[in-house]
Design a protein around this ligand. Structure first.
Ligand code: SF4
Ligand code: SF4
Length: 705
């Protein structure tokens, strides 16, 4: 809507400005005002209907701070930080976003000048602020914004035509991009015709419009025709812009509103799950999400924020492994269910009818819309939620729907057995709690009861207690702690599974039972600081346990060992010469963004000439080994395992040893390389460190892996 003309007669003297709404009759102006009101009304009706759909959901726990949301909006949306990391698409989005915002703001400023001018009754040659230097900057800025808009829209148009597979394609998207093109070009054309009609001062300020004017002149358009043509293009541009605004809530453009709200109010806590209480289940009969209205309001907003960009699908290791899971499709299909179920529920609510009956009139969420195989394929690696530019968390939608599956008793086979064993025996292996300390034989490991003045608790975890391979990791950690003179203790038989895996599988109440036991035991021993070699235990203790009354300082063993090394308590007495590569566990590198300590430790042991070789994806962008979210307990054929690609990447580094810092990754990567001829050794970082700190010899024989 950036169009106007210089008045006739021209402005007095050298006043640099142009007339607004030149060549537009009072009748046309009136029609324009009416259309503007209609467009805004259609926009508001559309937003209101989406708002009503979002409010079908459960109330979210915790309020929203307006100040924090505004800050987040400025930091992530206005800077376009939220969409970075995707090369050309990120640059194109930034151009489109800023082009659109500047043009919309420019149109708003022109309107302010015009209405203020009318209200103050000033003469037609006496602008209020649309003049002089401001005017010059305004014109140049809007010319540049138009170019940015066209470049951005052009890039996205080309991508849609190419049909990149990760993006969800709809014909409507091409229409929207075509409309943006039309708005950009019709704006310049109108400007060119304005320049043709009148002797605009310094027309080169509108340098693109001037090019259009010259082109029109070459095509034989003169002053005589320009009046009518200007009126036609002005109307075309105005109707296009008003139609665009009106269409926003009904098309993919809805993400401008829903995405903006979603990003601004997002509480980025990867790996966090909202608890469910027994009282809540008894009161509502609801366990997890079985119907669309069981999601929270925030989650329903997220469905509308999704633009089907496919970033989550590209990052999903389960999708890459050919599992029937695409986080993008989960979001889009759930949104489809909202479209169908939402109006039925709203209708039932307003007529006092039966909500369940209304919902049953449409295909159920589970089964028909979302398949159980898709939900159970997820490793809860959180890559999807981390890469989503619009604050959508597919993994939380999945976990909430898993809870319903568990509540309905739909999980069977080995994973269901692991849950049963966890509940019965306090560990997913189902082994006796009397065996919990078998790993520590011969190491003289102090129990909390024997060393009540311990400074740090070493949380061993079920894998190190019962899995023969992981037991060696715990032994290495203990030897390092003893060597460094750390005053530590372990819980021994008082320790039970933290319930992390049960919780992510959707079995909330088994988690809560275990958590209550562990919190009571930890409190009884006055535990304040905990070190663990398991990122899943770390995440659960840091993020799940505060909700059940347990707040501790929790440190991963890589950070703790680095702390000891920095303090000079673990001097390296040997060195490695071969190549190492480090596999960042998802719950360490991505969820808790802890990537420096393991690298610092490895660099320290490689000072003898060995090399740390980074795999194709590392640190926060690491890829999942395939064991998280309960996938450890699923019997996958080797060729369909989720971590297969990751093992390939690690082997491709050519390193002789793959190092990690998670018992599940250790297990999965070890199994993965066992299938291959070029087998690197797979070890935990503590096992590497113990060899170079204590030295391998008669006193400290190397524990075979
Ligand atoms: S959930 Fe996010 S990342 Fe995935 S398709 Fe939607 S907008 Fe893109
Ligand atoms: S959490 Fe990981 S496995 Fe699950 S949907 Fe997201 S990216 Fe895929």
């Amino acid at each position: 809507m950036h169009s106007a003309q210089v008045s006739d007669p021209p402005f007095p003297g050298e006043l640099l400005t142009r007339e607004i709404f030149g060549n537009i009759s009072s009748d046309s102006k009136l029609a324009f005002y009416v259309l503007t009101a209609v467009s805004l009304a259609v926009f508001c009706v559309g937003v209101r209907s989406r708002w009503r759909l979002w409010r079908l959901g459960r109330e979210d726990s915790g309020g929203v701070s307006v100040a924090a949301s505004l800050r987040q909006f400025a930091a992530r949306v206005l800077t376009q930080r939220a969409v970075q990391g995707r090369g050309g698409a990120s640059r194109a989005h930034t151009l489109l976003f800023w082009g659109f915002c500047v043009l919309a703001t420019g149109s708003g400023l022109v309107a302010v000048e015009h209405y203020a001018h009318d209200l103050t009754g000033r003469g037609s040659t006496d602008p209020i602020f649309h003049k002089g230097t401001y005017y010059a900057v305004f014109e140049v800025t809007l010319e540049l914004a138009g170019i940015a808009l066209l470049l951005g829209a052009g890039w996205f148009f080309a991508r849609r035509v190419r049909g990149d597979s990760s993006i969800g394609h709809r014909t409507g998207d091409l229409v929207i991009l075509g409309a943006l093109f039309f708005l950009g070009l019709s704006g310049y054309l109108t400007e060119g015709l304005r320049i043709l009609r009148e002797d605009t001062q310094q027309p080169e300020l509108s340098f693109v419009g001037l090019l259009f004017a010259k082109g029109l002149k070459l095509c034989g358009v003169g002053r005589e025709q320009s009046d009518l043509l200007h009126l036609v293009t002005w109307w075309g541009h105005a109707v296009g812009a008003l139609g665009f605004i009106a269409a926003m809530p009904y098309t993919r453009l809805l993400h401008v509103v829903a995405g903006g709200l979603s990003v601004a109010t997002q509480e980025k806590r990867l790996g966090y799950l909202t608890p469910i209480s027994v009282e809540e289940v008894e009161e509502t009969g609801r366990f997890g999400v079985g119907r669309i209205q069981d999601f929270t309001r925030r989650q329903l907003l997220e469905l509308d924020a999704c633009v089907s960009c496919g970033r989550c699908q590209d990052a999903c290791p389960a999708h890459a492994a050919g599992k029937p899971l695409s986080p993008r499709d989960i979001v889009q299909e759930t949104r489809g269910a909202l479209e169908v179920h939402g109006p039925l529920i709203l209708g039932a609510r307003s007529s006092g009818g039966d909500e369940d009956e209304a919902t049953n009139a449409a295909p159920p969420l589970h089964g028909d819309v979302i398949r159980a195989e898709s939900l159970w394929a997820c490793t809860t690696c959180n890559a999807c939620s981390d890469v989503c530019p619009l604050g959508v968390s597919p993994v939380n939608l999945i976990t909430d729907m898993r809870r319903h599956q568990i509540g309905m008793g739909e999980l069977r086979g080995a994973p269901a057995k692991s849950l049963e064993k966890t509940q019965r025996q306090g560990n997913p292996w189902g082994l006796p709690k009397e065996d919990r300390m078998d790993w520590a034989r011969g190491l003289d490991v102090p129990l909390v009861a024997d060393n009540p003045d311990f400074e740090v608790l070493y949380w061993v975890g079920c894998a190190a207690a019962y899995d023969a391979r992981v037991q060696k990791v715990a032994r290495a950690v203990v030897r390092l702690l003893q060597h460094a003179g750390v005053n530590f203790a372990v819980m021994g038989k008082e320790e039970r599974c933290l319930g992390e895996c049960s919780r992510r599988m959707g079995e909330e109440f088994v988690f809560q039972e275990l958590a209550e036991h562990n919190v009571t035991a930890l409190s009884a021993h006055g535990v304040k600081r905990i070190v663990t070699h398991c990122p899943h235990c770390l995440n659960s203790l840091r993020q799940d346990y505060p909700d059940v009354g347990g707040s501790y300082e929790v440190v991963h063993h890589t950070a703790f060992l680095e702390e000891l090394q920095t303090a000079g308590k673990l001097p390296v007495d040997g060195e490695l010469s071969g190549g190492l590569t480090f596999h960042d566990p998802c719950y360490l590198g991505r969820v808790h963004d802890e990537t420096e300590a393991p690298r610092a430790l490895l660099e320290s042991v490689l000072s003898g000439g060995g090399e740390l070789k980074e795999p194709a994806r590392s640190e926060r962008e690491t890829s999942c080994c395939g064991a998280g979210g309960g996938r450890m307990w699923f019997d996958d054929e080797p060729e369909t395992r989720v971590g297969r690609d990751r093992v390939e990447e690690l082997v491709e580094t050519g390193a002789e040893t793959v190092v990690t810092g998670c018992p599940f990754c250790l297990r999965m990567v070890t199994d993965g390389v066992a299938e291959r001829e070029d087998r690197p050794e797979v070890r935990d970082i503590a096992e590497i460190l113990v060899d170079v700190v204590l030295g391998v010899g008669e006193d400290h024989p190397r524990e075979e892996t």
